[in-house]
Ligand binder design. Structure first.
Ligand SMILES: [Zn+2]
Length: 220
């Protein structure tokens, strides 16, 4: 099924009553064409006047690029609502899907027989369906962080841009190791190419087979 604003709002209200004690207000809802996520809650975060953090400008985004089953769409919505509940109530969680998030997710899954996961993505098969099979040349860095996690950054295939990004990444104290690659594997088209600061965490067990076929490149 294709998501509609009405469907999302109606179900937001339903789950708000059922799962969150009716405490949430409906944020603006937008349908997007994103292929890198199914759902995403965006908001601004500022340091409060007396310490703590202030959250504002919540927007709930749902990608209409995918054909969902009704259950997938509902699980996606509830996932974003957990993020919203945590931010809305200024609760602290260690990371994006920290202990608190997982506790609430597990509890809802158990009590209501849902299948919510910590992923914002569609399944790999669904994503690849959208991307297609034609070769997509990409240049990207795989970064190993000091906490052992890995990130990817895809950049425009222009030597100067690659060097600029390399310099920028080299100065980031969280990054322990940077390896650059070139690949035409459409898999890497799942990650947006940009010069922005955002890096995406990657699951190396999923990525490694694709990386094995990529060509390492040296950036000076
Ligand atoms: Zn999430």
């Amino acid at each position: 099924m294709q998501p509609t604003i009405d469907y999302i709002r109606e179900h937001f209200e339903l789950y708000n009553r059922m799962l969150f004690g009716g405490t949430l207000t409906v944020p603006p809802i937008r349908l997007t064409n994103a292929r890198t996520y199914m759902g995403m809650l965006t908001y601004k975060r500022r340091a409060g006047l007396f310490g703590g953090k202030k959250y504002s400008d919540f927007v709930l985004r749902i990608s209409q690029r995918f054909d969902y089953t009704e259950q997938e769409l509902q699980d996606t919505l509830i996932h974003e609502m957990i993020h919203y509940y945590i931010a809305f109530n200024r609760m602290e969680d260690g990371s994006a899907h920290g202990r608190l998030f997982r506790q609430m997710m597990d509890d809802i899954n158990r009590r209501y027989g849902r299948h919510i996961t910590v992923s914002h993505r569609s399944t790999r098969e669904e994503r690849m369906k959208v991307i297609g099979n034609r070769p997509r040349p990409r240049v990207f860095a795989i970064m190993e962080l000091s906490d052992g996690k890995c990130c990817i950054k895809v950049v425009p295939r222009i030597a100067q841009r690659v060097r600029t990004m390399h310099q920028r990444l080299t100065m980031d104290p969280r990054i322990r190791r940077i390896t650059w690659y070139y690949s035409t594997d459409p898999y890497f088209a799942l990650y947006p190419s940009s010069m922005g600061r955002r890096m995406q965490y990657v699951d190396m067990t999923e990525l490694q087979p694709h990386l094995d076929c990529a060509k390492p490149i040296t950036v000076h």
